[in-house]
Write a protein that binds this ligand. Structure first.
Ligand SMILES: *Cc1c(COP(=O)(O)O)cnc(C)c1O
Length: 398
């Protein structure tokens, strides 16, 4: 028996649920790429993403997923043999570091742990030891989508300043942009990158890289530059240069609509919605965890992100079979949960709450997880969903 007929709900951290308005905006014929509305749409997207990043300079736009933007960011400011310091807090900064290694950079990972955020004091201590300034860039993610950790980007920036180090500060905001504050200029971020398919509510395939004046200066002598990713080549006046070729029109139609929706809701309202829905998920997990079979991946509540919650199964026996839970939720109940990655692979699951999400989506997902925990005999504290509902009701006043 299943209860999955109807619209499947995707609770994975990217690609995320797309608004019907975004889907509808893409359902139209192709248009001229040399003149007319497409030029305005590009302009609006670049201004819009710049506003989201709080960056005075226009970002560069790529027809690529996040991995492409990683490569774009690195190749525009670094040279072969340059040393980069990767601040580990899960999987994604390390992944970005692997791309740097593949490009011929020397990569040092400042070890972290899956259950906690990057410690700014450790960053300061490591940079202070680099007396000769060998480290050219520091790579970090704002939210690590695998561990569910949120890093304190302004605090890490202050740590770099406190060490009097002039490495470029490069931040991955793929899983956070449009869901929580990002202040590129105020925080002293030199290079930021993001992609379309998470908080930006658009299909995968568009990504953005923003650079401040310091990064643009480093670009002038960067040895890893290649024709396709190159910023200078993309600064030409003609519209097609921004894409190094044909514009991905339909992705742009979608992204343009999604940004309109983001600005109509307003930053304050969006960030608060994410905070409330994350709190709702966390309340349920707290209760389920009381039976000892599962727990939060991230130990300190303040270091749990507002966009994705990673849950780990502890120990053997019932409750250690993540695949059974994922299958049950998907096949029996029509909810697709995120599988655990990296260190937690096969040992947990993730619930995404980023982008186009609201109370019924989140409470419905929590309800399905609770159904699955019961049906599979996984020990869990009772009443997680009702505790979550009660918590949300206290926050969202009548
Ligand atoms: C999803 C994600 C990426 C990678 O994006 P792709 O589009 O899959 O290449 C990079 N960083 C973070 C933090 C992510 O969540």
């Amino acid at each position: 028996m299943t209860v999955s007929a109807g619209r499947e709900f995707l609770a994975i951290p990217g690609p995320t649920t797309m608004p019907d308005e975004v889907l509808a905006a893409m359902h139209r014929p192709a248009i001229d790429i040399y003149a007319g509305p497409l030029l305005d749409i590009t302009e609006a997207i670049l201004i819009g993403v710049g506003r989201l990043l709080h960056s005075a300079r226009r970002p560069y736009i790529y027809i690529a997923n996040g991995h492409g933007a990683w490569e774009a960011a690195l190749t525009n400011v670094l040279s072969k043999g340059d040393k980069v310091l990767v601040l580990d807090s899960g999987r994604f900064a390390v992944g970005w570091g692997s791309v740097a290694a593949g490009l011929g950079c020397e990569v040092e990972v400042l070890p972290g742990e899956w259950h906690r955020a990057v410690r700014p004091a450790e960053v300061e201590a490591r940079l202070a030891k680099d007396k000769r300034g060998e480290i050219k860039a520091v790579l970090v993610v704002q939210i690590d989508t695998a561990s569910g950790v949120v890093n304190d980007i302004p605090a890490i920036s202050r740590a770099i300043k406190a060490a009097r180090h002039d490495a470029l500060f490069m931040v991955d905001a793929v899983a956070s942009l449009g869901c929580m504050p990002f202040e590129m200029d105020a925080w002293g971020v030199d290079v930021a990158m993001a992609a379309s398919q998470k908080g930006l509510m658009t299909p995968p395939g568009l990504s953005f890289v923003a650079a401040n004046a310091r990064a643009r200066k480093a670009h002038e002598t960067a040895g890893l530059r290649t024709p396709y990713w190159d910023w200078t080549a993309r600064e030409g006046q003609e519209h097609y240069r921004k894409y190094a070729g044909t514009a991905p029109e339909h992705l742009l139609f979608g992204q343009h609509k999604a940004l309109e929706m983001i600005f109509a809701e307003g930053f304050g309202a969006i960030f608060e919605r994410h905070r409330l829905l994350a709190g709702t998920v966390q309340r349920a997990v707290e209760v389920w965890a009381e039976a000892g079979a599962l727990s939060f991946s991230v130990a300190a509540p303040a270091e749990r992100s507002n966009t994705v919650t990673a849950v780990r199964f502890d120990g053997a026996g019932p409750g250690s079979d993540a695949a059974a839970l994922l299958d049950y939720c998907n096949q029996r109940c029509g909810v697709v949960l995120g599988r655990a990655l990296g260190d937690l692979s096969g040992k947990g699951f993730r619930i995404a709450h980023m982008g186009h999400v609201n109370a019924p989506m989140v409470l419905g997902t929590l309800g399905v997880v609770e159904v699955a925990l019961g049906a599979l005999g996984i020990p869990h504290g009772k009443g997680g969903v009702s505790a979550a509902a009660e918590w949300l009701g206290r926050q969202v006043k009548a």
